[in-house]
Design a protein around this ligand. Sequence first.
Ligand SMILES: O=C(CO)[C@@H](O)[C@H](O)[C@H](O)COP(=O)(O)O
Ligand SMILES: [Fe+2]
Length: 189
Amino acid sequence: MEYKEPFGVKLDFESGIIENAKKLVRKLSDMKGYYVDEEAYEKLLKEDPIIYEVYAVEQEEKDGDLNFATTVLYPGKVGSEFFMTKGHYHSKADRAEVYFALKGKGGMLLQTPEGEARWIPMEPGTIVYVPPYWAHRTINTGDEPFIFLALYPADAGHDYGTIKEKGFSKIVVEENGEVVVKDNPKWTE
Ligand SMILES: O=C(CO)[C@@H](O)[C@H](O)[C@H](O)COP(=O)(O)O
Ligand SMILES: [Fe+2]
């Protein structure tokens, strides 16, 4: 039997950076079609801000193994809609996941394939259980970076297609200084 080598790595709680991790950057220009207010999107595209960064430590896509990653989701809005991740189902749809909030303020939108949505607020210390089959997207509702750690099966994969096309049935916006979760006007069953 060949055993893999155990290891420890350091996560910096302030920055969210995991040493030696693979870094992925998502800018606004990577998210065309994701935000409801297209005019506000085009306007902000001139600055093309970084929306989030992911620091991932991933294994081969094998059953039984585990990946982990931090996400640093920056504060901001496109129109009234808060900065958010793309959101995805897992390619192996029955793979669950656990998120652990480290810094900042935000929440997770989850959704079944039938379009049933849930909103779970997150602050440092909140652990979110993402059950099998639920799409998930995180949203920064605060004014500093929202940082969290995710632990997920190495063979879960990412299925972005459905969300890219249809979005979530709910959107998270600021209205009169309040965080409001409301129906997505562009949602179709
Ligand atoms: O859920 C996972 C992994 O299964 C997170 O590590 C996200 O991948 C990350 O928060 C970025 O979000 P997406 O762009 O992948 O939706
Ligand atoms: Fe995931």
